[in-house]
Design a protein around this ligand. Structure first.
Ligand SMILES: [Mn+2]
Length: 322
């Protein structure tokens, strides 16, 4: 039986008209891999539409997309729909999910527990990004990884690996970056484009969140909190809180860091970060949440101070802190 990458290569070569989709609230991997797929399809002269229910966030406005990213589905879906970076099928959005019987889903992803919901499935949990899978596909199909395609793949892989710092970073992903650099990728320019995206409002919010951080358990646990009032006052949204927890987790004494973000009057979404053997997935599971060993999240229904103490108690128990 041919490998998934061979089967998908064959479909791309022999078929035409594709819908390319990535998850709503797209991150760098979702945008980068969708546009990379578009560039590969363009290379073979194929017709395609790139769709995302949330559209292209402004912070990716520099990305050289091979086609506009549409937020509306065509009346008639193409025969093939390529779904990228959607760890669960719900991530493609309700509008498309309710119509998947009108098309054939090719599911390309790197999340654990994907569930193989496609007709064709290429799920590679050892890949750091779907962007690196797009590089493998391009290589398999003899598409040169240069120019706009390299830019999209770099965006995807760099953002999903925290600029090649997370444990998910592979030797192959570093070699891919090296090869793209050799082939003309302007590394300082693309990194500037990816990171130099802050609004003043976001900086004001971050200042408040950093100030909110409290330390518990002999400074081994750090918890910051974000209220709806803070969003309103600074003119920000939950999108502006992305990655802030990684900075709180830089505190040297801290083993587990947490952010509580208000969702309703007494409802808080929490994120947890840790390092090495400290397992925060277990902690999130106790609140009905989930995630990975060093990055997890969930929801707590309680007033803020109570929610913090509930978290600290479970974290202490789980880490053996008395
Ligand atoms: Mn991803």
């Amino acid at each position: 039986m041919p490998s998934p990458i061979q089967r998908i290569s064959d479909i791309i070569r022999s078929e035409d008209d594709f819908l390319v989709v990535s998850h709503y609230n797209p991150d760098g991997d979702a945008i980068g891999s969708a546009c990379a797929m578009g560039h590969i399809l363009t290379h073979f002269g194929k017709q395609f539409t790139i769709y995302n229910p949330s559209g292209l966030p402004q912070r990716y406005d520099y990305v050289e997309c091979p086609a506009p990213i549409t937020t509306t589905l065509p009346d008639t879906l193409p025969k093939w729909t390529i779904v990228l970076d959607c760890g669960a099928k719900e991530r493609m959005g309700d509008a498309l999910l309710s119509r998947t019987d009108e098309t054939t889903v090719i599911n390309i992803d790197h999340h654990l527990g994907n569930g193989d919901y496609g007709t064709e499935n290429w799920v590679a949990v050892d890949q750091p990004a779907v962007g690196s899978m797009m590089a493998l596909l391009a290589q398999a199909m003899d598409v040169p990884i240069k120019g706009s395609l390299a830019q999209c793949i770099y965006l995807a892989v760099a953002t999903d690996t925290g600029f090649f710092t997370y444990g998910s970073t592979t030797p192959e992903s570093l070699e891919l970056a090296a090869q793209m650099l050799r082939d003309g990728l302007n590394l300082s320019n693309i990194n500037m484009r990816i990171t130099k995206q802050w609004s003043e409002a976001r900086m004001r919010l971050w200042t408040e969140v950093m100030n909110s951080v409290e330390l518990y358990s002999d400074k081994q646990v750090a918890i910051g909190a974000i209220s709806n009032e803070m969003f309103e006052r600074t003119g920000t949204t939950s999108e502006d809180t992305e990655t802030i927890i990684n900075f709180i987790n830089r505190l040297k004494s801290v083993r587990v860091s947490a952010i509580l973000r208000q969702e309703g009057p007494d409802i808080y979404k929490f994120s947890l970060r840790s390092y090495g053997d400290d397992n925060v997935q277990e902690i999130a599971t106790k609140f009905g949440g989930g995630g990975h060993k060093n990055a997890s999240g969930g929801t707590i229904e309680a007033p803020l101070e109570e929610a913090k103490l509930m978290l600290v108690e479970i974290i202490n128990g789980s880490l053996g802190i008395s």
